[in-house]
Design a protein around this ligand. Structure first.
Ligand code: AMP
Length: 156
């Protein structure tokens, strides 16, 4: 059931996009917004979402939007590698509750991984806000130095 349905404009990512809920933004351009997952499964867990789009999942999204998202994911993965030096990075996208999806605005997870370190439970443990702010500042600074366009530092 959750695989199909109408887009709910009150979902948390829609609220973040409209500035009606806070987020730890690390990158924004005309097409995408990237922010820290507040229930991170690892240090540097980032979510990338399309802005002008009412797609719930991969079934709904325009291929061109998917391409734009993946381009941002690739650039942000490089930023994460440069700044946090993980041993690997998982790129993940869930569709439907049975697959683990909990927010119904399409998004892609960037999850850094380190050798010998397990993965946190999905969407469970809220991170310390001070640690998120520190991490946000590090990634934004790295984005500046890597010359990605229009990083945003403010929590909105
Ligand atoms: P999914 O389960 O694939 O739909 O992913 C949704 C993700 O959003 C989960 O990893 C949650 O931890 C994360 N999440 C939920 N609420 C927020 C929020 N307000 N800010 C940032 N991340 C969130």
């Amino acid at each position: 059931m959750s695989l199909y349905g109408h887009y709910d404009s009150q979902n948390i990512f829609a609220l973040i996009l409209r500035g009606e809920a806070p987020s730890y933004k690390v990158y924004e351009d005309a097409d995408v917004l990237a922010f820290l997952d507040v229930f991170p499964q690892s240090l540097g867990h980032i979510l990338v979402i399309p802005k002008e789009c009412q797609a719930r999942n991969i079934l709904d999204v325009e291929p061109a939007v998917l391409g734009t998202m993946m381009s941002a994911v690739q650039q942000l993965t490089r930023v994460v590698l440069d700044e946090l030096k993980p041993d690997g990075v998982q790129i993940v996208q869930f569709n439907g509750a049975a697959a683990g999806q909990t927010v119904y605005h399409i998004h892609i997870h960037i999850i850094p991984r380190w050798d010998g370190e397990g993965l946190g439970v999905h969407a469970k443990d809220r991170a310390d806000p001070a640690e998120l702010e520190t991490l946000q500042a590090r990634l934004v600074e790295r984005i500046h130095s890597n010359r990605l366009a229009s990083p945003m530092l403010e929590r909105c």
